[in-house]
Structure formats: C-alpha cells, structure tokens
Design a protein around this ligand. Structure first.
Ligand code: F0G
Length: 340
C-alpha cells in the first residue's frame, strides 16, 4: 500500500523516479461547522491531523525527498516551531541530519519537544524568526550539501498545493472564500497555485494575521513582531510578493485580528471539537469579523484552514483556560449527578 502525497501527486508534479520520504501526510478532513440560517456554509480544513500535527508535512515530504535524491546530507531550516518539528521528523525518516534554528524563548514547548524527540540538532538564536532565517540562508550559501527546507524551497510550496486539491475534490469545485493564517506567506502562495493548477475556480483568498505581526496588512516589514500566536510572529514575510499577487488576483484581502479575538476563536473552535493552536484560530477570528460586516452571502461556501494542532502549545491555552475541576475525597454518585 502506498501512503502520502507523493504517491498521489508525484507523477503530476514530474518528480521523477524518487523514493518518497513519507509519514502518510495529507488527506486531512474537511469538517463542516453547524449551518445557521442566513449564514454561509463553513468548512474547516483540519491540517493539525498531519503526521507532525501541522500542514508543513505536505511540503516537507517533497522537500526532503528531493534533498535526499540530490545527495544532500543535512536539512536545515529557521522556524517558529512547526517547520522545525516537520523537518526533524522527515529528516529522521530520510536518514539525514536535521539542523533547526529557532528564535530563543519564542517557540511553543510541544514543538521544541518534537524537534528534540525526532533527533534534530537545535540552535536557539536571539531575536525573531527573521534573524534565524537570515542565518540559515547564509549557511546554505556556503554549504552545498545542506538543503534549506523553509518555504522558500519551491518543493515545499509544491507539496502544500495538495491541500487546495483536496478542498476542490471534497467540495467538487473551489469554495467562494478561503481564509488562512499568514506568517512567512508560503502557504497562501501554495493554495493560490494549487487552485490555479486544478482549474476549477479560485476562491477569494483571505490572509489573516495577528495585529502585532501584520506585515502584509501594513504593507511593510516589522522589526519586532509580537503576538500570542507564536507560529505567525514574523516581521518579514519571505514570500511577500507571491502572497500579494495571490490576494490581488483572487480578489481577496489581508486582515488583522487581535490576540484576544484569536484566543476567543480558539476556544470557540474547541467547543466544536476542533482544538487548534492560536495561529490556526486566526482564520476563524477573521471569519467572525468579516461575517459581522456582512461580507459573506448565505449561498456562499467558506473554508477555514486550521494549520496546527492545539496540543502543540498547551502553555498558551492553559494560561487562558485554567483547568476547572472539582475535587472530592471519595466517589459520590449523587454529587456527580448534580453536576449535570
Ligand atoms: N499556521 C501555523 C500553525 C504555522 O506554523 C505557520 C508558519 C503559519 C500558519 C503560516 O504559514 O508561514 O506559510 O504563511 N509557521 C512557520 C514555521 C513559519 O516555522 O513553522 P506561512
């Protein structure tokens, strides 16, 4: 049995006769939210169900497969956490060394733990993601046997196109709107290309950013991006130009949401059974903002891309949702019944 997205799309992508490095990524569920009269139909693309808990695995399988086929020995990336977890896992699977460079003290503990468990070498640098990425670019410029696996690697973007194909297949055509979080701006570029390659319509692409890290919304880079959504705490989106084109060509927009709106959206999604990390709640916060402005028509179809699993960042969730339990000395059925 063949698993993973290279088995499914490798021929279409002309990857050649390569041995896939796969963990069974892709094929994630598109879950409908309860439909309320007068509101559009909303689906959630649950990318946290990929092997390392984020959408990065779709691109990483292709980037690491091609790196190994080209004889590279090391995969290296800068990361706000998810790319490093994914690079570490696929690097391990491929028998390559993974070297991950992250901003010190800015990574959710679950993601650091993943990189550690998968056996990556971890470097923490002072400053933000953008600084880590600059170091990584410098490193690959002097080490031809090292492969950069950030989304500036075209194979990462190619692999991530697969999510758009899955949405088109599930809905039998493109939705009217697609909302997703934007950090380094690779994923919005991938969806744009994916919908175009499928040729069954292009949704309005809405890139949702955190207010404190809204480099696309503001149209300029930021030195000190700051948000509770650490995954998208990025000041200089590497794929800015592509993302701008995706937004403009599709008739979409960039949108900023506050940290408190992100945390409220995270809780609201969890109450629907979908627990995502803060960055991944941004599209739902954005949806609520636009819905309140009457932007969507009832006949329209809206897809929210939730990019990472909630268990990656338990610290943030716990800080805002302390465990509320009751503690009893003995088992007491009557008191148990009284809770309901
Ligand atoms: N959502 C999550 C959970 C992410 O981890 C990221 C990016 C994004 C959204 C934004 O995607 O960068 O393609 O616009 N995380 C990267 C990382 C930067 O290092 O894990 P983007």
């Amino acid at each position: 049995m063949q698993i993973g997205i290279i088995a499914r799309y490798g021929t279409e992508w002309n990857l050649g006769d390569v041995e896939p490095v796969t963990l069974g990524e892709g094929n994630t569920p598109l879950v409908p939210l309860p439909h309320l009269p007068g509101e559009p139909e909303v689906w959630v693309k649950v990318e946290g169900q990929n092997p390392t808990g984020s959408f990065k695995d779709r691109g990483m399988t292709v980037a690491v497969t091609m790196a190994r086929a080209a004889g590279k020995r090391v995969v290296i990336c800068a990361s706000t956490g998810n790319t490093s977890a994914s690079a570490a896992a696929y690097g391990a699977r491929a028998g390559l060394t993974a070297l991950v460079v992250v901003p010190e003290g800015q990574i959710a503990p679950g993601k650091m733990l993943q990189a550690q468990m998968y056996g990556a070498r971890i470097v923490e640098v002072e400053g933000r993601f953008d600084r880590a990425l600059a170091l990584v670019r410098e490193a690959v410029a002097t080490h031809p046997e090292w492969e950069l696996v950030n989304s500036i690697n075209p194979y990462r973007i190619l692999g991530q196109e697969s999510a758009a194909y899955e949405v088109v297949d599930a809905l039998e055509g493109a939705p009217d709107w697609l909302l997703l979080p934007v950090g380094n701006a690779g994923n919005i570029t991938a969806y744009f290309r994916g919908f175009r390659r499928r040729g069954r319509g292009l949704p309005r692409l809405v890139g949702v950013q955190a207010e404190g890290a809204a480099a696309m919304v503001l149209g300029r880079d930021l030195e000190h991006p700051q948000t509770v959504a650490s995954a998208i705490q990025i000041g200089k989106p590497a794929s800015r130009a592509y993302a701008q084109e995706a937004m403009e060509t599709s008739g979409g927009r960039f949108l900023a949401v506050s940290d408190s709106a992100i945390l409220e959206a995270q809780q609201a999604l969890a109450r629907q059974g979908i627990f995502v990390e803060p960055a991944s709640a941004a599209p739902y916060a954005g949806y609520r903002l636009l819905a309140a402005q009457g932007v969507f028509r009832p006949s329209e179809r809206v897809v929210l891309v939730v990019t990472g699993n909630g268990l990656k960042d338990p610290a943030t969730a716990l800080a805002h949702n302390p465990i509320r339990s009751v503690r009893w000395d003995g088992a007491d059925l009557a008191r148990l019944e009284a809770l309901i």
